[in-house]
Structure formats: structure tokens, C-alpha cells
Design a protein around this ligand. Structure first.
Ligand code: HEM
Length: 402
């Protein structure tokens, strides 16, 4: 398949040894690192491809941990500087995702357990314009319209560059994120960082839909990467989307930081919580079905003649109207630190869509008008990014743009 890594295992090991050699650790040190890598439960097997048509994180199963970092371009960073930065990030991201210490890694031992590490980039409007000119900016790459439910905080909103570091190991996330921060310091300044988490890798059967901090099964309805319609709604295959050609193999992306009021949610009884969603808490089945994968019956009525899946339920309000309002969703739970005790909690909500204005905005508008979940949820951050395609060996993420 086109997204398979282009390096053989032998090439990977050889590459790692060369890098380690360049660090001055010598052949014996390199061999020791390789032996350490091989003895990890993950070994070298927990690697996701870096090179390919698409950035791996968009079509790969989410990992247990993620760090979202957004950056602002420093004054004076021009096209050439952006190119240099993207090349540096890509070289390091390639090495790290393949379990190899990048050149100049001060802690090379921390790089040998990728645990499915993925490092993906998103570009904000200013970066695209600076790198490729105004004609390179897709029409939807701008802040979302204001919604009545929004209580956006400046520090969680916008940004010129998004770097998402995902792995099943939190030490790997920390080390990889720090590497990117160190390497980009002369090009960008950090705007915000937010860690997200799901259940620990291996604690549930693979493919189990995640639970958010309300306890809901969250992520049932696709399109998922395994679905036929994913390529259409996410890569824009077979549809006339009008995106600039540098974005072929990439997509659009909306990140919403949504605070969830767990204290008030805890006071609501179980039937009301289920009605607010239209699905059960036990297994995520629609209120008209038994299993998570059952199709909801929006026409079904109860003995009183009322819809079983209420009109105000999140699922009914978010359900596609058949006018192209379809997104591929993914979420990571978050908790913010607080000196006073349990801090703010919520969901880092990601939507992938080849045209977010056409696909995401109508859904968010409907939820803004009516959604029972709004009683307990508040969007506190929002950003739109273009997710560039993947790159090939020798290239870098963004090389179709700059
Ligand atoms: C903290 C905020 C949110 C929570 C806790 C939440 C939770 C959920 C849950 C539990 C489901 C049902 C299971 C599933 O199909 O995944 C669902 C469905 C869905 N949500 Fe959300 N959601 C949130 C925000 C949003 C936002 C901001 C959007 C888009 C603007 C959105 C769009 C959807 C869509 C499209 C579905 C599928 C509806 C269908 O069945 O057709 N959600 N959400």
C-alpha cells in the first residue's frame, strides 16, 4: 500500500546506528541502544510510517497520549525560514517516529521506544500565506464564525503552526515534544500546549470506541478511516472541493477545546444523561437499539408519543442532514492542572474535513442553536488548520507548498 514505510527494518537499524555514531557514542554505544530498543516490549514494532501520501495520524488509530502544541511565527520568519523549519521538524520527526535518536538528541536513550509515535503538522493561514502566497490559502482557512455557546480564550485560539505528538508512551511524547520545541525556537514561539489522553494502550481490546470524561462512548459514528466514504470527506477524493493543489493528500482540520463541567453532570440522573445524548451510557447503543453499531431510529416514539431519541439530543442535532455536513471526528480527554485540586476537564475535539466550512460549520451551527449537551459543555478554544499531505524520503512535510 502507498502509505507503507519506505525503509526496510535493516535500513532503519543501519540508519539509527549511523545517527548514533554521529553523536559520538561509537559503534558499541549504538549497538547498546539497538539492543535496548529490541528488548522493549514495543521493540521496533510499535512504529507508524512517517513517509507516505498522507500524514499517518489522520488515518491511523489514535494513541493513548497526545500533546497538542500550537505556535506563532516569529517576526521576520519568511518563506526560506519556513522551509528550513519544516525540513528540520520533518527530519527529526522521521527519526523519532522510527525509534532513532535525531542528530543532536541530548537524551538518545529516550528515542528508542516510539510506541506508535506520530508527529503531525497543521498550517494556519499566516504560515500558508507567508510560504505560498495568498492564492495558496484555501477559502476555509480562517477563524470559524462566532457561535453563541463559545467562550473562547485567546490563549487557546488560533495559531500559525500546529504540532501534534501522539504515542502510547507518555515519556516518548514528552521527549519528542521537547525535541520539536528545542529545534523550532528560532522560528516560532509557543502559543499553547495541551495534553490529551485516552485509556492506556492494551487496557481494552483494540478498536474499542473511546470514552470521554462524561463516561460516554464517544466516536461511534464515522466516517472512520476504514469506511469507504472517508477518502471522499477527508481527502476529497471524487469530489470537486476547490482546494489548492499543494493540499492534495492533505485535508482541513478543526480543533475545539471544549470544557466539560463534570460537577454538574454528576448531579444529573442516568436516564436524563442518556436522553441528552440519544445513546445509552452502558454501551453507547442508540436509545432505539441494543448495540453500539445499531442504526438509530429517529422516527421511533414512546408511549407518550414523544421521540425516543429526543429532539434536543446531541446525536440527533449533530446527525448529518445529507447536505455534505459530514466530518471525521476524534477526541482526546484533557485535564488542566490546578493548585486547588482537580482542574478544568474536557475534550480536545478534532474534526477532519476537506472543506470545514461546508462540512463542520453547519453541524456546529445546529449544536449552537440547540443541544442538551450545551448545559455542561463550553468551547474555550478553537483553531482551523490545513493538514498538509505526507512526504517522501528526502522531502519534508509542506514541501508541496514551499
Ligand atoms: C464536549 C463536547 C462533545 C461531546 C462530549 C460529544 C460527545 C458525543 C457522543 C458521546 C456522541 C455519540 C457517539 C458517537 O457517534 O460518537 C457524539 C456524536 C456526534 N458528535 Fe459530538 N460531542 C461533543 C462535541 C461535538 C462537536 C463540537 C461536534 C461538531 C461540531 C460534534 C459532532 C458530532 C457528530 C457529527 C456526531 C455523530 C452524530 C450521528 O450519530 O450522526 N460533537 N458526540
Amino acid at each position: 500500500m502507498s502509505d507503507a514505510p519506505r525503509f526496510s527494518r535493516r535500513a532503519l537499524v543501519g540508519g539509527a546506528a549511523a545517527t548514533v555514531g554521529a553523536l559520538g557514542l561509537g559503534a558499541a554505544g549504538g549497538a547498546a541502544l539497538q539492543a535496548q530498543a529490541a528488548s522493549q516490549p514495543w521493540g521496533m514494532s510499535g512504529t507508524r510510517p512517517f513517509y507516505g501520501t498522507h500524514q499517518a495520524a489522520v488515518y491511523s488509530p489514535p494513541t493513548a497520549h497526545a500533546r497538542f502544541m500550537t505556535f506563532d511565527l516569529l517576526d521576520g520568519v519568511d518563506q526560506g525560514a519556513i522551509r528550513r523549519m519544516l525540513r528540520i521538524i520533518s527530519e527529526d520527526a522521521h527519526a523519532l517516529t522510527q525509534g532513532q535518536p535525531p542528530l543532536s538528541d541530548p537524551e538518545p536513550e529516550l528515542s528508542v521506544v516510539p510506541a506508535n509515535l506520530m508527529i503531525s503538522l497543521g498550517f494556519g493561514e499566516k504560515l500558508v500565506r507567508t510560504a505560498g502566497g495568498a492564492q495558496a490559502v484555501p477559502h476555509w482557512l480562517q477563524p470559524l464564525p462566532a457561535f453563541g455557546i463559545d467562550k473562547l480564550e485567546e490563549r487557546y485560539t488560533g495559531g500559525d503552526l500546529l504540532v501534534v505528538v501522539q504515542s502510547d508512551d507518555p515519556v516518548t511524547v514528552s521527549h519528542a515534544a521537547r525535541t520539536i520545541l528545542r529545534q523550532t525556537v528560532s522560528f516560532v514561539s509557543l502559543r499553547w500546549v495541551q495534553d490529551g489522553f485516552r485509556r492506556a494502550h492494551g487496557s481494552e481490546p483494540e478498536g474499542t470506541t473511546m470514552r470521554n470524561l462524561f463516561g460516554q462512548v464517544d466516536g461511534t459514528k464515522g466516517p472512520h478511516p476504514r469506511d469507504d466514504s472517508f477518502a471522499q470527506y477527508v481527502w476529497g477524493e471524487g469530489i470537486d472541493h476547490g482546494n489548492p493543489s499543494w493540499l492534495d493528500g492533505g485535508t482541513g482540520y478543526v480543533l475545539r477545546r471544549i470544557t466539560m463541567d463534570l460537577d454538574t453532570w454528576d448531579t444529573v440522573d442516568r436516564p436524563d444523561r442518556e436522553r441528552s445524548m440519544g445513546r445509552t451510557l452502558s454501551n453507547g447503543a442508540p436509545l432505539t437499539g441494543e448495540h453500539e453499531s445499531d442504526e438509530p431510529d429517529f422516527e421511533a416514539r414512546n408511549d407518550l408519543g414523544l421521540p425516543v431519541i429526543p429532539d434536543f439530543s446531541h446525536m440527533r442535532r449533530a446527525h448529518s442532514t445529507g447536505q455534505g455536513d459530514v466530518i471525521s471526528r476524534r477526541g482526546y480527554n484533557f485535564e488542566a492542572d490546578s493548585a486547588e485540586g482537580p482542574g478544568e476537564a474536557g475534550l480536545l475535539f478534532e474534526a477532519f474535513a476537506v472543506d470545514p466550512v461546508k462540512q463542520f460549520v453547519p453541524i456546529q451551527r445546529r449544536l449552537d442553536e440547540l443541544d442538551m449537551l450545551n448545559l455542561w459543555t463550553t468551547p474555550t478554544g478553537s483553531a482551523v488548520y490545513a493538514i498538509p499531505p505526507g512526504c517522501q524520503p528526502g522531502g519534508y512535510i509542506g514541501d508541496t507548498l514551499v
